[in-house]
Design a protein around this ligand. Structure first.
Ligand SMILES: C[S@@+](CC[C@H](N)C(=O)[O-])C[C@H]1O[C@@H](n2cnc3c(N)ncnc32)[C@H](O)[C@@H]1O
Length: 226
């Protein structure tokens, strides 16, 4: 198919796309994703002292619920109210509702209005329009002095992912180094993790695969009063 023919396709509304995904593509356990914390998030956050956390693109809340269990006070944002409802129901069941605020918002227009000890986002990729670099730059603006930004993404396209189609037509998946460069951070930020990490996994069809996570963790300087 030519590039011209792609350009004439009508744009898909991201909110409609993700609502439809969360309403129609649930697995046997009633969710799209596993409900478990992402391995890279668990690894990167386990050693940190809990405080306030902001999660962008939280989906059904696997990471937000785990963060709350660890003692973080979480604000979790996603464009899909269906996904958020799944997370909120699980929080209620687990007695974590007090610790998680679920917010439906489009990150394309979202602006941070507070600062957090941890701002985290995992697999904020989309086969439809998503200004990821801008969102991540705004994410960095929401980090409190001394706090951290954690960006976990796909380092390679997972097998069978809808992203493969997107990748053929759009820019390649950024390495953590590219993500770091695109953030344009001030000199007092420190890079704590900048790594492509292989992760054995069982894919949806039951096959064994090796996925690659692109992991970036940066810490903002303590500020002039420290
Ligand atoms: C690949 S999923 C990852 C979900 C979750 N972080 C996880 O690891 O399971 C990407 C998520 O980003 C959300 N998303 C995509 N575009 C968005 C936007 N413009 N504003 C807010 N959320 C968005 C989707 O609804 C979806 O939940």
């Amino acid at each position: 198919m030519s590039h011209e023919s792609h350009r004439t396709e009508p744009p898909v509304d991201p909110a409609e796309f993700w609502e439809d995904r969360y309403r129609s593509t649930r697995g046997e356990h009633g969710q799209v994703w596993s409900g478990r914390v992402n391995e890279a998030v668990q690894r990167e956050v386990s050693g940190l002292r809990p405080g306030t956390a902001l999660e962008l693109g939280c989906g059904e809340g696997g990471d937000a619920l785990w963060l709350a269990e660890q003692g973080w006070s979480v604000t979790a944002i996603d464009i899909s109210s269906t996904a958020l409802a799944v997370g909120a129901a699980e929080a209620e069941r687990a007695g974590l509702s007090e610790r998680i605020r679920w917010i439906q918002a489009d990150l394309a227009t979202w602006r941070p209005s507070a600062e957090f000890d941890l701002v985290t986002t995992a697999f904020l990729h989309s086969p439809v329009e998503l200004p990821r670099e801008e969102v991540l730059r705004r994410a960095a603006m929401a980090v409190a002095p001394g706090g951290r930004l954690l960006v976990v993404g796909h380092g390679a396209v997972p097998p069978g992912s809808k992203l493969s189609h997107h990748e053929q037509n759009g820019p390649p998946l950024p390495t953590p180094g590219k993500v770091l460069a695109s953030l344009h951070l001030a000199a007092d930020w420190v890079t704590e993790t900048n790594a492509l990490v292989e992760r054995p996994a069982v894919w949806r069809d039951g096959s064994a695969v090796t996925l690659v996570d692109a992991v970036l963790r940066v810490r903002r300087g303590p500020g002039p009063d420290a």
